[in-house]
Design a protein around this ligand. Structure first.
Ligand SMILES: Cc1cc2nc3c(=O)[nH]c(=O)nc-3n(C[C@H](O)[C@H](O)[C@H](O)COP(=O)(O)O)c2cc1C
Length: 374
């Protein structure tokens, strides 16, 4: 950084402290969800879909996805038959070489789509057409008219990944039951303070460190980071400073003076590890979600179950933070598999915890006509 730039930065930071940090920071808050929906509205005119179809697709797009990649394509063969496929430009081969997390993300998308359709008087019949995780077309959806189901769709809008501010309190039996009862064979809760929870935490930190040292993994993550408002608005995907919960003066500094590749520098690497280690010590413990097997249909089903749980968690004001490095790094997966039976197929490692208050969603989404095809 040049002297003049440094001086400028120093004077700005000092100025903000004198004037009250809020005044300067609030003017640099990043691109918001409301801006994105305004943009989506402007663009949603094509493909012969009516308002209801567009609404269903918009709710579907609020699904969580690995790195907020939003890997979905929707091909509208006719108005009542849609094909969901993987956008080949939206995969993450260095951290997800088998498309496992891409398929889990598509599963979450399908779940949101089905919920929104049902609430709007359409039953979505989903059939999985992919044989391999590398097939382009994954699922076909056809719709049948039905009386609308009552469902609070606001939940889909309000759900988000939350990383910070977890209370140091285990889940009550009622909450545990609500989040895991749907599938007792595949959902496992390990309260913080137990030996198993400590073991998961230590492995998460260890595998995070291993991934930080793997250049190709870091290069891939950086590709999906959006620090500047300009990039955020241009791409409407990926990880923003807001969604990474890097706020205050560090967030302001990064937004204006750093580029994603700066994260490769040892200084940031160490900070990142410390930050993740501190986060992983917060909260009520861990939920591990497993699947029946590793087939495409099981991964889609597990992604759907995960999203159902995330939505229920939102209802109970419980935060959920997937921490996937143990499952992404070969050494992490090998360790887990070697200490479990053959039929154990872990797909999500989620840190969970109560919050003082659940924050508003901040991650960006692309408008529907960016992922629609004829
Ligand atoms: C399969 C999958 C894996 C994920 N892994 C991680 C992870 O390792 N670390 C993390 O911070 N978030 C992880 N997430 C959360 C996404 O980053 C998040 O869903 C995305 O940024 C969109 O934000 P939202 O959930 O607030 O809408 C994962 C999500 C999915 C669906």
């Amino acid at each position: 950084m040049s002297i003049s730039r440094r001086q400028f930065l120093k004077s700005m930071v000092l100025g903000s402290l004198c004037a009250g940090a809020g005044s300067i920071l609030s003017s640099c808050g990043g691109v918001t969800r409301s801006a994105l929906f305004a943009k989506a509205k402007l663009n949603s005119y094509i493909f012969g879909l009516d308002d209801r179809d567009e609404k269903i697709l918009q709710y579907a797009s609020l699904a969580p996805s690995i790195l907020n990649i939003q890997p979905w394509h929707v091909c509208v063969a006719d108005r009542r038959k849609w094909v969901i496929s993987i956008d080949p430009a939206r995969t993450a081969p260095a951290i997800d070489p088998g498309n496992r997390e891409i398929l889990l993300s598509i599963g979450a998308f399908v779940e949101n789509l089905s919920i929104a359709a049902a609430a709007n008087g359409l039953r979505a019949e989903v059939s999985i057409i992919a044989q391999s995780p590398f097939d382009k077309n994954i699922a076909q959806i056809s719709f049948i008219h039905k009386p609308p189901l009552e469902y609070p769709l606001k939940r889909l809008e309000l759900r988000r990944t939350v990383k910070k501010g977890y209370l140091d309190k285990p889940l009550s039996l009622e909450t545990e039951y609500a989040l895991t009862a749907a599938d007792k064979d595949h959902f496992f809760y390990f309260p913080s303070g137990t030996e198993h929870a400590a073991c998961i935490r230590d492995r998460v930190i260890e595998q995070y460190r291993i991934q930080l040292d793997r250049q190709e993994a870091q290069a891939e993550i950086i590709k999906w980071m959006r620090f500047s408002d300009e990039d955020s608005e241009k791409y409407l995907d990926g990880l923003t400073l807001n969604s990474m919960e890097i706020g205050g003066i560090p967030g302001w500094y990064l937004r204006h003076f750093a580029e994603p590749p700066d994260f490769l520098k040892p200084r940031y690497r160490d900070k990142s590890l410390d930050y993740t280690a501190a986060l992983s010590r917060e909260g009520a413990g861990w939920i591990v979600i497993t699947s029946k097997d590793r087939s495409v249909s099981s991964l889609i089903e597990t992604g759907r179950q995960f999203e159902r749980t995330a939505l229920l968690a939102r209802e109970h004001d419980v935060a959920i933070h997937p921490m996937s490095q143990c499952l992404e790094e070969q050494t992490g997966m090998d360790q887990i598999l070697s200490s479990h039976l053959d039929e154990f197929h872990p797909q999500f490692i989620l840190r969970v915890g109560y919050l003082e208050s659940y924050p508003a969603p901040v991650s960006l989404r692309r408008p529907i006509n960016w992922f629609l095809q004829t």
